[in-house]
Write a new protein. Sequence first.
Length: 191
Amino acid sequence: MREEDIQLVARARAGDERAFRTLLEKYERAVFSICLRMVRNRDEAADLAQESFIKTFGSLDRYNPEYAFSSWLFKITSNLCIDHLRKRRITTFAMDDPVESEKGEFTRQYVSPDPPPDETFSRNEKMQKLEKGIAALPEHYRIMLVLRHQEDLSYEEIADSLSIPLGTVKARIHRAREMLKTILEGEDFFA
């Protein structure tokens, strides 16, 4: 896959639109997922994903084929998201927070026809607590968990994509997990 990406990048640099489109289609879902996990807003995530591809493809001449293209792309994406969050200082909210409307407050409802309602409720409650816990982490810890557990990147790929030492990645992931565990214990997640 890495060799294929290197060839696609070389063709895209030469102006091959089909190669450009192939790279875009190959990584658009992962890039959007990273953005959505970081900013927690679909519209902003879509804008950031688009900006990430524009920035990436505008600087293809700086891509170093010694590293995986995906790592380079994810580094650009995560940096854009972190910059966006720092500029906007967006307040995150839990998915179970009530929504205000003209008719008053109401709670979001999640419907799933497959499992029984009590299992669905329990699973949704745990997922909401998990999302809330992840959102409460500082950005530099949150991105570690997103890249490791949502995007399934190895420690080495994370280190490459964020240009930080491998030991720092391991330490931050460990700290992020410990912080998340503490947050979740306070939410009776493990009860």
